[in-house]
Every structure is written in C-alpha cells, then in structure tokens.
Design a protein around this ligand. Structure first.
Ligand SMILES: Cc1ncc(COP(=O)(O)O)c(C=O)c1O
Length: 395
C-alpha cells in the first residue's frame, strides 16, 4: 500500500508517546511518566448518579447524534467558568467542544498548516502537541525559554527570520508540560504586544491553568489579545477526569466556525452522553470545590516528591519547585543521558520520561520529567529512592 507522505512524520517520537501511555497500565510499575491525573480524585459516585439522572431525564438526547459544536448547556457553563476564573468574555457560541484538548490541537494543525510552514513553540514543549502538529509537515522551530516564559529576544529573531512562513505559535503558559513553569504576567503581556505586529495565530494550551497550588492565577494570554489572534484550548481532563474526553476551543468567530466545519468532517458529532455527564455535574455539583481538593492532594504529593528528591538525588540535580500542575523537571549535568537512566530504572519497574522527548531532534538528553500526581505517597518515596540511586551512578 502507498501511504500518505505525512506518515513519514510519524517517527519514533510518536511510538515513544504510545509506549509511555501504555506503561500506565503495566502491572506493578511505579509510573512517574504519564501526564495523568490521580484516579483517586475521580468523582465516581457523582458520575454514577448523574448518569442515572441523564438516563431518566434525557436518554434519547444522550444516545443520539448531537450538534457538532457540542451540548449548548455545557458550552454555556464553560463560558461562565472562564468568565468567573479568568475574566474571559467568550459567548457560548464561540466555545466549541472537542474530544479532549488533544483533538483541538490536531484541528488547529489541520486549519493552519500547509507543508513547509513554520510552527514556533517553547523549548522544551509538550510532546503530544509537537507530534500532532508535525503530522501536517510543518517545520518545528523551538524558541528558548527561561523561568518567565518564552525568551522574547529569541522570538523576535525567529519572527524576523521566518516571516510569513510562521503560521502558528504553540504555547503552554501555565505550569507547563514538561517543566512545570508558568509565564510571568509581564512576559505574557509583552509576548502579545510583540506578536500583534504580525498575523500569525497563537495556540494557548491552558491544560493546567486551574491546577494552581496558590490563590494566584495568571491572566491568560488571550485576555490581552485585541486582534483575535489567540485560540484558547481548555480541558476537563486534569480537573475532572480524562476518560470523558471533554476539552474546548475558543477564539475569534471566524476561527471557531472553520474549526467546527473541520471537526464535523472528522467526527460528525461529539459524544452526546459524555457531554451531558459533564453538564449535569456542573449543574448540581461544585467543581471548584472538587478542584480545590485535587490541588490539595497534588500539593501534598509534590511536597513528598520534593523531600524524596532532596534526600535521594545526586547533589548536582537541578530543579524548580512547581507551583501547580503535575510535573517536576530535573536537570543533571550535560554528560548524563536520562535515556540510559530510564533503561536501568525500567529494570526496577520505575518509569519517567527522559527530557529529550520534549525537544524535536532530542537535542538535549540530560533532563527528566517526573509526574507527581498519579502515585500514592509511599510509591513516590520508593520510586525516588530507586531513581536517585540509579542517577548517582551516572553523574
Ligand atoms: C499540555 C497538554 N495539552 C493537552 C493535553 C491533552 O489533554 P486532553 O486531550 O486529555 O485534554 C495534555 C495531556 O497530557 C497536555 O499535557
């Protein structure tokens, strides 16, 4: 068979991601690799009850095809939450539901990218986004980051160098995957000022925006956007559960209309029953209180991991303390290859993601991403003790 040319873009990176996702189900593994929320936080009883409510109230609607943009009540609820938490003013009509924000990433690739176009993104960046966007045969250009976000001098140079070839800038400004860092408010503002001089679209992936361990929430990039350049991606995967596959995309009307046409080609209609599940929960339950509970649990797990890293890792290991999200990002001296550490760790049934996965071309291999949300405290302690011992042998 003769497959499409784009299949050549599915290299080892995609296989790596699939392998890492499947590790989550492997029995007995201490899994610090996935970006997984803790199943202990899933509101199982509430989901059971709302499922029965749906079947009693609206079974036919729930089991039918639905409007391609998604269940209107849920779109309204999402619009209201974005207003309440981030001061964003999107009407429900400009909120389109997607099967997880991953589908939103892919649809934006479909909308914007022709072969040979340039996509700018943070270095390092979320592997799943790089893989999804790469399929559209784009040239991926990484822009260095520091503790405050994308380095704007570097961005300015790239804007000048690639000019109109740049179709999209992908960023994940809150408790980023993989580094756990958040962009400062000043950087957000200055970034928008800079990109408003050109007509490239910006994809703001807000997957972790609500998982903050302090009361301080940063304003989203889209809130500074005067020109409708920013497309905002949200998800309930990390604040409710990923199994419902509910994410959303909002942006300028023209963009949302086009994305909707593309999405209709892809899936005709989203899963009506799952969207009602979320809507019924939001109708009668307190998602904010639920998220506060999640943050409390993750903060505790972060603290346990921090202590365990301090106690076990080689003194040369460098890391920041994440103020939210799901990840520690640990850097070792340049000569250390964390892929080699992973091979040894898997022999002892411990998994993490080597940092090279988050750079196209794996140009840097001395870092690791550690997920702290998904393992109970005693497993975090055990896992970090094993990893620390192995890492010391490589430093
Ligand atoms: C930064 C980021 N964006 C998007 C996603 C996709 O999540 P979902 O499709 O479950 O909404 C993930 C998943 O880990 C992620 O880390």
């Amino acid at each position: 068979m003769r497959f499409a040319r784009r299949m050549k873009t599915l290299g080892e990176d995609t296989q790596d991601l699939m392998d890492l996702m499947s590790l989550a189900d492997a029995p007995g593994i201490l899994c610090f690799s996935g970006g997984f929320p803790s199943p202990d936080t899933y509101p199982i009883d509430d989901i059971k009850k709302t499922m029965i409510e749906i079947m009693e109230d609206d079974a036919k609607g729930a089991l039918s095809y639905s409007s391609p943009a998604g269940y209107l009540e849920l779109r309204g609820q999402i619009a209201a939450r974005m207003k309440k938490h981030f001061g964003l003013d999107f009407p429900a009509e400009r909120v389109m539901l997607v099967a997880g924000s991953q589908q939103g990433l892919d649809l934006n690739g479909l909308l914007f990218i022709d072969p040979g176009d340039v996509i700018l993104f943070e270095k390092p960046s979320y592997l799943g986004a790089l893989n999804a966007l790469k399929t559209y045969e784009a040239e991926l250009v990484a822009i260095p980051t520091d503790r405050d976000g994308m380095v704007l001098e570097e961005l300015a140079q790239a804007l000048k160098r690639y000019g109109d070839r740049i179709k999209l800038i992908y960023v994940n400004p809150d408790h980023q995957n993989p580094t756990g860092r958040s962009w400062s408010q000043e950087r957000r503002k200055a970034f928008i000022e800079m990109i408003q001089n050109c007509d490239t679209a910006v994809l703001e992936d807000a997957a972790y925006a609500e998982l903050s361990f302090s009361d301080q929430k940063q304003r989203p990039l889209v809130s500074y956007d005067q020109k409708g350049q920013v497309i905002y991606l949200g998800t309930f995967s990390k604040t409710f559960c990923p199994g419902l596959r509910i994410g959303w995309v909002c942006g300028a009307k023209e963009v949302v209309d086009k994305l909707l046409a593309l999405k209709t080609n892809v899936d005709l209609s989203p899963a009506a029953i799952l969207q009602r599940q979320m809507a019924y929960y939001l109708r009668s339950r307190d998602l904010d209180a639920h998220i506060r509970g999640i943050c409390k649990l993750y903060r505790r797990r972060r603290d346990v991991m921090l202590e365990a890293i301090r106690a076990n890792f080689p003194a040369e290991a460098r890391y920041d303390i994440p103020e939210g999200g799901l990840f520690f990002w640990v850097a070792f001296p340049e000569h250390v290859d964390t892929k080699e550490i992973l091979k040894r760790a898997l022999e002892e049934r411990v998994a993490f993601v080597p940092g090279g996965a988050f750079y196209p071309g794996a140009e840097k291999n001395n870092e690791m991403r550690l997920n702290f949300s998904n393992m109970p405290e005693e497993d975090i302690v055990k896992g970090m003790s094993i990893l620390g011992r192995i890492a010391k042998g490589f430093v």
